[in-house]
Design a protein around this ligand. Sequence first.
Ligand code: PAF
Length: 284
Amino acid sequence: MILCKSILELKNLLNSAHHNGKSIGLVPTMGALHEGHASLITACHKENDLTVVSIFVNPTQFGPNEDYEKYPRNLTKDCQTADTAGADIIFSPKPKELYPSNDMTWVEVTGNIVKVLCGRTRPIHFRGVATIITKLFHIINPDKAYFGQKDAQQVEVLKKMVKDLFFPVQLRIMPIIRESDGLAKSSRNTYLTSEQRKAAVVLYKSLQYAKKLFTVGERRPQTLISAVTSMIAAEPLSHIDYVELYGLPGLVPVPTTITQPVLLAVAVKFGETRLIDNIILEAE
Ligand code: PAF
């Protein structure tokens, strides 16, 4: 595995791969790699000749009071994890390499898709994600790019961006990887105290409860939202940011009865740590 820090070095490495018709897969990450990321890297390794993993804590997707400074960074450990999972190249540039000028060019998806869910409390987040992913796509020119379903809104935003801007890349969306008690793997789980960690399992339990209701025929969005909200609110350490339900694709509003696949998504704070999780509900 090769660790590469500059765009020029990376392009030189990829030139011959492109030239020889080798397929290139990209797994964009912000590091702090866990089994969720490893599953994306392994899938990428299986489906492509060359697997590039980017490790870059992207400053433009963090709001002023968010955790950019304290976001966990451990390049040595991340390189080991990525190598074991099947990475061929790690691209880990400094911020100046990807943002050489303070006068920014942005890529911004607009509309409901970025205003709902996390967009309400993180108004600049998806502009930062769309911009950095555009830069990575242009530098690497991957055939396929891998993202986790845990960041469901990010997935919808990037699908729209790829479609609207005609990016010649296939997005591969991989299932959520969970701890044995159901908590979705996340780099931010490390911020939780042991009490908060125990309490956080309520996210998974409440989504499973909603799935059960849906399976036995419940199709009223508000009933599903209320069931999840009450269950999470009953956990004293939780502070709900949102429990919302939108139609797929595109996070469209759902009328009084569910007739299409929907995303039921939650964001909940435990102390200062904000966790997200979701489930797709779809009639069989
Ligand atoms: O999902 C993430 O870790 C980030 O949002 C991403 C896609 C790597 C962009 O910085």
